[in-house]
Design a protein around this ligand. Structure first.
Ligand code: SF4
Ligand code: SF4
Length: 349
């Protein structure tokens, strides 16, 4: 792929901001949250070393939106091009998952597709590892593998920029004055940084090696008591699903306006007690442990069966955000150990 070099981020961001609204992560407390880029330079630009706290779905799937109207059908409004800087590999992989659900051939959400087509993605390498990052357990890397327009890798004296799409190539070709060539030494430095971060990730997650594919573990653990045990710490706040970049359940409800009917679409959460309730009072997921189990089944079994990939990118946001200290890695590890014991017992019978 093509790479170029730039000493400072500001000229690159200014050039992007001239063409479209630009959002980038700002350190707020311990976390990075997206905010609008300030070209005046009064707010200094930071390179976010780890993934932002905000899941990227917030820009593609609003928490609540108008989905349909009657009698006149609703057409998606024009979406102005916008750019987001600082997405990490886990963010890009979460977009790939959302694309499968909302932008595939069979079921296309025109509102999602419109936003997606107008989004310019500037990803960046992870320079550090978050305490709860575990992307390496699910095929992730601490640098973008695909799905970006431009990628930024921090090196000692500047930043290596890589174009990953036609939109990205058009941008670098349009602004040749911003960039110089990359040298072999710079690329070697980038690769060493990437390997160092990868090693840290692997060290941090060394204890979470599972004894079988996650699908098999979760699918064959449906009678396990571990889900109910985990539920004892859960306060049902739903943070794990709201902050998860891949959780995408929604519900629809109707409202009557003065001269038309409107169907609204709103984020839902399988951790909510009424999530699966139906008319007549039946509720297959009334028990919290069953809802935790369903969350894992959706992520590691149903989604994999339907789309050929896990619905978890190992970003760790659900662990960061959990008031009850429920850690999905630990739940999988416990299930994995129990599964191994059961398999051993079958052999010795
Ligand atoms: S389940 Fe947790 S770790 Fe996996 S993608 Fe969602 S927030 Fe990230
Ligand atoms: S974030 Fe933790 S406490 Fe809140 S619903 Fe999810 S598992 Fe339960």
């Amino acid at each position: 792929m093509e790479t170029v070099f730039i000493n400072k981020l500001k000229p690159l961001l200014d050039a992007v901001a001239e063409q479209m609204a630009l959002l980038l992560p700002k350190k707020t407390g311990e976390h990075y949250i997206y905010s609008r880029y300030d070209p005046s330079g009064e707010i200094p630009v930071e390179f976010n070393n780890i993934r932002p706290c905000t899941p990227i779905k917030e820009f593609l799937l609003p928490v609540c939106e108008l989905a349909a109207t009657s009698p006149e059908p609703l057409e998606p409004e024009d979406v102005k091009p916008f750019a987001i800087f600082g997405l990490k590999d886990c963010d890009l992989r979460s977009i790939e998952i959302l694309d499968k659900v909302f932008a595939d051939e069979e079921f296309r959400d025109p509102f999602y597709v419109k936003r997606r087509e107008n989004m310019f993605i500037i990803s960046s390498d992870c320079f550090e590892v978050g305490e709860n990052c575990f992307c390496n357990l699910f095929g992730g890397r601490p640098f973008a593998q695909s799905g970006f327009d431009l990628n930024v890798s921090k090196v000692k004296d500047g930043f290596i920029i890589e174009a990953g799409s036609q939109k990205g190539r058009d941008f670098t070709e349009k602004h040749p004055q911003l960039f110089t060539e990359t040298s072999g030494a710079l690329l070697a430095e980038r690769d060493e940084n990437r390997s160092r971060t990868q090693r840290r990730l692997e060290q941090n997650n060394a204890e979470y090696q599972f004894d079988a594919p996650t699908k098999e573990i979760v699918e064959k653990s449906q009678d396990s008591e571990i889900f109910d045990v985990e539920a004892r710490n859960c306060v049902e706040c739903q943070a794990c699903t709201r902050i998860c970049p891949t959780c995408h359940c929604f519900y629809l409800y109707d409202t009557k306006q003065k001269d038309y009917f409107a169907k609204m679409k709103m984020w839902d959460s399988c951790m909510r007690v009424g999530y699966a309730a139906v008319a007549g009072g039946a509720n297959p997921y009334k028990i919290l442990g069953d809802r935790i189990k369903h969350r894992l089944l959706h992520k590691f079994v149903y989604f994999l069966d339907r789309y050929g990939k896990d619905m978890c990118v190992g970003c760790g946001r659900c662990v960061d955000g959990c008031a009850g200290e429920v850690d999905i890695r630990t739940v999988l590890k416990k299930l994995s150990e129990e599964f191994k014991d059961k398999e051993k017992a079958k052999v010795t019978k």
